[in-house]
Design a protein around this ligand. Structure first.
Ligand code: LFR
Length: 489
């Protein structure tokens, strides 16, 4: 009987438990549990409901037991940049504030007064995003210095759940790099930078690489879920996992991890921290085996998800007031599925307006619908008045961003890219795939859909002896999953 491995993959809108095994060299997946992720208002901020997520993690482990499958190992990945602080007894201090919360407004200025952006980028290679941990910590220094004073450790979200599962605190490298506090060359926390920012060094310990064993489940947890297993570190940053699952045929492919964000880039051996790279806001995120993901964050399906929620009258953050917008339909008048939205976009194929999808105006607007309309009006273009026009505008804007990012990537790496590999939920959107091929002029290879969970499993499977190395795992991924080819017309 083959070994099973369990990936717990938690994204901004839901979490999944996916079992994987290798049968005759092919990877097989089985989703055994799914739970929603939601935000709540607490202390004047948008926060993750980590207790709800923890319950989801436990429920999924129990679902394994109910299926009679005991995984050899378990690994957790989530989005990046968010963290919790723990006191000396391991108790959480304050909330897990979500990265789109407004607390970081103006915090870049606070950081830049201490270190110029050029020096910061030269050290860390991390793009400037106002939601980065470095700015969140600056917000905390301002609003809740007492929490930082009382803190004994800082754990990124997956590190925190690993701690709850095992009682062991480890700081994983790939997620740590997203903080903007890790030195890209030394690959450890940049102590000089921590001192410059006035952050207590005791919060930043040794970094652990993907593949490291965290430990067995705590006795109480093993008893509660009904079995014992070993928790190990995948690339705990979901994008780090997703890139591992890209079944690229050659070195001339760009990778696109398509979910709430569109993360578009390549893998490099060394970080690129030139001034031009900083200016174009490309990032060098740490990956497994110290490979770097050189990529750009593009607003991604977040725009479409937000529009859908608004049309359907669904709250993103529980307890937050809903914003007003006007279109040819009213909120909740009917329920829109993603295929409905695609059909609407197709019906307005000639609508020409485009916005800069990477404008901060779309990061956390009160209303995405109103924000897109405002951007069109502000740039003297036709304002979308129907769902179809709005969706057409979003698709055009996103794919134009893809095209520009690839051009930037080519210039910065001095390489010509000849195809796009898309992994993640967004690769199911055929309309987006076709438009991407059309606008970039490159063939698109779409799949696998479960990129992140597969990448999580890859590290566990290499650790478990199923694959000799990443190349062998990627070969198996190519053989195991359906990958669609979409050619530019
Ligand atoms: C994708 C992702 C991106 C990161 C953003 C915030 O889920 O992890 O890589 O920039 O979320 O953490």
């Amino acid at each position: 009987m083959e070994n099973s491995y369990l990936a717990i993959d938690i994204g901004a809108s839901s979490g999944r438990h996916i079992l994987g095994r290798v049968v005759d060299g092919r990877m097989q997946l089985e989703e055994i549990h799914r739970f929603d992720n939601r935000q709540v208002r607490s202390g004047g901020h948008d926060c993750w409901d980590v207790d709800h997520l923890w319950q989801g993690i436990l429920d999924g482990l129990k679902a394994c037991k109910a299926k009679g499958v005991i995984p050899a190992t378990v690994g957790i990945d989530t989005w990046a940049v968010d963290f919790v602080l723990l006191d000396s007894a391991g108790k959480r201090l304050g909330d897990a504030v979500a990265y789109r919360d407004g607390r970081t407004a103006g915090m870049d200025e606070r950081v830049e007064a201490l270190i110029p952006p050029q020096s910061l980028y030269a050290k860390t290679g991390i793009q400037k995003q106002l939601f980065n941990t470095i700015y969140q910590l600056a917000a905390l220094q301002k609003e809740h210095p007492e929490q930082l004073e009382a803190a004994h450790s800082l754990l990124m979200i997956p590190d925190y759940f690993n701690y709850l599962l095992t009682g062991v605190q480890k700081q994983e490298y790939t997620n740590a790099t997203s903080t903007g506090l890790v030195n890209a060359v030394k690959k450890t926390w940049d102590r000089e930078l921590l001192d410059t920012l006035g952050l207590p060094r005791r919060l930043f310990g040794p970094l652990s690489m993907p593949g490291t064993v965290v430990g067995p489940l705590r006795e109480e947890i093993a008893k509660e879920v009904g079995f014992q297993t070993t928790v190990i570190l995948p690339a705990t940053h979901d994008t780090g996992s997703a890139f591992l699952a890209v079944p690229a045929r050659d070195d001339n492919a760009v990778y696109l991890s398509s979910g709430t964000w569109s993360l578009l880039g390549v893998e490099n051996r060394d970080p690129i921290t030139t001034e031009e790279s900083r200016r174009q806001n490309f990032t060098n995120e740490g990956g497994a085996w110290h490979r770097f993901r050189y990529l750009k964050n593009i607003m991604g399906l977040w725009m479409i998800q937000s529009i859908r929620r608004e049309l359907n009258g669904v709250d993103y953050v529980a307890g937050k007031e809903r914003a007003a917008w006007t279109l040819d339909v009213k909120a909740g008048e009917r329920q829109w599925s993603f295929p409905d939205l695609i059909a609407a976009a197709e019906s307005a194929a000639d609508f020409p307006s485009v916005v800069d999808a990477n404008d901060d105006a779309f990061l956390a607007p009160d209303s995405m619908i109103a924000a897109v309309q405002k951007a069109c009006a502000g740039s003297g273009q036709a304002v979308p008045r129907t769902v179809g026009e709005l969706m057409q505008c979003v698709y055009r804007s996103l794919t134009r961003c893809y095209r520009d990012a690839i051009a930037g990537l080519s210039a910065l790496t001095g390489r010509q890219y000849t195809s796009i590999n898309i992994v993640g939920g967004g690769c199911q959107d055929n309309y987006l795939n076709h438009m991407t091929a059309q606008v970039t002029g490159l063939p698109v290879y779409a799949g696998p859909v479960e990129g992140t969970a597969i990448g999580n499993l890859v590290i566990q499977m290499i650790h478990g002896g199923e694959f000799a190395d990443l190349a062998a795992a990627r070969h198996s991924i190519r053989e195991s999953f359906d990958i669609k080819e979409v050619l530019p017309q």
